[in-house]
Design a protein around this ligand. Structure first.
Ligand SMILES: [Zn+2]
Length: 222
């Protein structure tokens, strides 16, 4: 190896990194034009540098991919948490709805009245109810009301019920009493012994879910 080659090879790193002053740079460029040995060394250096950069780029891409993956997984997890949250919320709201409905319906008592009852006995039943709860909401449905109610439920088949008006009407008159659940229980266990009462029904001993489901079924049938 001649002396110029030695000098040039010492400068090659600097040349590759572009840190040489112009004079040294010119020296290297002129030399490698005629010396294939030094040119090969420079090419090898540059290739090595390229490989390193490529390797770094690959590493970076791998890291980015990893981060993207983590992000995707987090998004999936967040979505799952959100879906579970929404489902839980729907279940909670449905339950609240069912219990609100139950507490509204469970406070109602239907008291069916015997036919041909005297006004005095009817008044007597009413005052018995008010005795248990003086704030009870009492609504009276006559036999006629009951039949019309039934006709409403039958809708297009209402004509099946024609002929049942007047004496033929098999449906009893009834009171619907709205009170507290506590008083509804009292009414149910006591009022059947009052004269003129045929039967008493209430919803409070029904399962709230069954109550809602049965009422939905009755209402969608019609
Ligand atoms: Zn050389």
């Amino acid at each position: 190896m001649n002396k110029e080659c030695e000098i040039v090879q010492d400068l090659l790193f600097g040349y590759k990194d572009k840190t040489l002053h112009n004079a040294s740079k010119d020296l290297v460029e002129k030399h490698i034009e005629k010396c294939s040995d030094c040119k090969k060394i420079l090419n090898d250096l540059e290739e090595e540098e390229n490989d390193k950069e490529k390797q770094e780029k690959i590493e970076q891409e791998k890291e980015i991919d990893y981060l993207k993956n983590v992000n995707k997984k987090m998004n999936k997890k967040n979505k799952l948490i959100m879906i579970i949250g929404i489902i839980l919320l729907i279940i909670i709201l449905l339950n609240i709805g069912v219990f609100i409905y139950y507490y509204k319906e469970a406070r109602k008592v239907q008291i069916y009245i015997e036919d041909n009852i005297t006004q005095e006995k009817l008044d007597n039943i009413e005052s018995y109810i008010l005795n248990i709860d003086k704030n009870a909401k009492i609504k009276y449905y006559s036999k006629e009301d009951a039949l019309n109610d039934m006709k409403d439920k039958f809708k297009e088949n209402a004509n099946l019920l024609s002929g049942y008006e007047t004496e033929n009407n098999p449906l009893p008159a009834y009171f619907v009493v709205e009170t507290s659940i506590e008083n509804a229980k009292k009414l149910v266990s006591n009022i059947e012994s009052v004269e003129g009462v045929k039967k008493v029904t209430s919803n409070f001993n029904l399962n709230p879910y069954l109550l809602v489901i049965s009422n939905i079924m009755v209402n969608t049938k019609n």
